[in-house]
Design a protein around this ligand. Structure first.
Ligand SMILES: Cc1ncc(COP(=O)(O)O)c(C=O)c1O
Length: 386
């Protein structure tokens, strides 16, 4: 591809930061030892894992001991839920929402097939959680509540503080999937009432294949990946050293750029969104515009197919998404937008644009220029849109 790519799909994955690549390469080149080895060549590398652990912990104000490295956000989510269930074998009820990422949704559906009871909480048209339904679901049998911090498709936050406070002192484990939040918004587990929290490296400019699970001190924990003694017996498997080093660096950088995410990136997103809604008839933002990630916009274009928009944008080198990366490829409308009751005609024409700290003003100018004629042209082809 000769033209420059304009990458607005950062909720799917992000570019590895140059500083991250530089930090991790020595551990793929010369320092390839196994950190569990007795010899100095390998064993000394354990220190690098501990340093990375400190950096990840610092980003969310955790104690390094509360961080367990995993292979991805999905593993962190599965581990948290399974650990809560194994630690409370008498309790068989899991509470979650209809709009979780498949990393939670499909895992709890699997648990339901194994005999666990699962409550899927509904959301309203703006993607906000039904708090009454949440309260009603909390019976004596609940072992774990797993509710995402922010939705990957719409960027809408859930009130994790309120939910956690309601769960405190009830003996229910509260897990939140914060994969889309950490690195974009400040997270402080000293005041956030959660027991476990999932993070994924590749959403914050670290490589793919590394993640972390925060486990609050005092929370009962049962490992999910069982093998060697790595991660203080909490997660077996030889550590992905280079990626862990890179993840640590990425967290340090994310901490430094948090303010920019809230200000410059949010302003770019707002400019893009306002312009598209103004200049594309029948375009409307999907989901609440307050309480939303600073980088995410989901726009529904009436009477146009989202996939058709993506293909046309692709010709201009613009990368966007029509829902979760895991569901694209199938023409099933997004489970998130369905749960929100987004009208059929808008849901099918939904496009998610997600920015990063690498997104520039001139890239947004270009997208603003390209988009309206694309929508006009596609709508002219639609039997309903003319
Ligand atoms: C909210 C959320 N949770 C979990 C995941 C899964 O993370 P990973 O790709 O690291 O397994 C994603 C990835 O898109 C996500 O957006």
């Amino acid at each position: 591809m000769s033209q420059e790519v304009i990458y607005l799909d950062n909720n799917a994955t992000t570019a590895v930061a140059p500083e991250v690549l530089e930090a991790l390469l020595p551990y793929l080149r010369k320092s390839y030892g196994n950190p569990s080895s007795m010899h100095t060549f390998g064993g000394r590398l354990h220190r690098k894992i501990d340093e990375a652990r400190e950096m990840v912990a610092a980003l969310i104000h955790a104690d390094p001991e509360e961080i367990v490295f995993t292979s991805c956000g999905t593993e962190s989510d599965n581990t948290a839920i399974m650990s809560a269930l194994e630690s409370r074998p008498a309790k068989r009820h899991v509470v979650t929402t209809r709009v979780e990422h498949p990393a939670v949704l499909n895992f709890v559906k699997h648990l339901a097939r194994k005999g666990y009871r699962v409550t899927f909480l509904p959301v309203d048209n703006n993607g906000r959680l039904d708090l009454e339904a949440f309260q009603e679901a909390l019976d004596e049998d609940v072992a774990v509540v797993s509710i995402m911090y922010a939705n990957n498709e719409t960027g809408v936050y859930f009130p994790v503080e309120t939910l956690g406070s309601a769960l405190r002192d009830r003996g229910i484990v509260f897990h939140t999937d914060a994969v889309q939040v950490v690195g974009k918004m400040p997270v402080d587990v000293r005041t956030l009432p959660v027991d476990m929290l999932s993070i994924s490296g590749h959403k914050l400019h670290a490589p793919k294949g590394v993640g972390a699970l925060y486990i609050r001190k005092g929370t009962r924990f049962a490992p999910y990946i069982i093998g060697g003694h790595q991660e203080h017996n909490r997660r077996g498997g030889t550590e992905n050293l280079a990626s862990i080093v890179g993840f640590g660096k990425a967290c340090e950088l994310a901490g430094r750029h948090l303010h920019e995410e809230q200000t410059r990136v949010a302003a770019l997103r707002d400019r893009l969104e306002a312009s598209l809604v103004r200049n594309c008839p029948g375009a409307e933002v999907i989901g609440a515009t307050t309480h939303r990630l600073p980088n995410t916009s989901n726009i529904g274009f009436e009477f146009v197919e989202g996939e058709a928009i993506l293909l046309r944008l692709d010709e201009y080198g613009i990368c966007a998404s029509s829902g979760s990366a895991c569901t694209s490829g199938s023409l099933e409308p997004s489970h998130v937008l369905r749960a929100m009751g987004v009208p059929f005609t808008r849901m099918h024409g939904s496009v998610r644009l997600s920015l990063s700290r690498y997104t520039t003003d001139s890239e947004i100018d270009r997208v603003i220029e390209v988009f309206p004629p694309v929508i006009k042209e596609l709508r002219a082809l639609s039997p309903y849109g003319r």
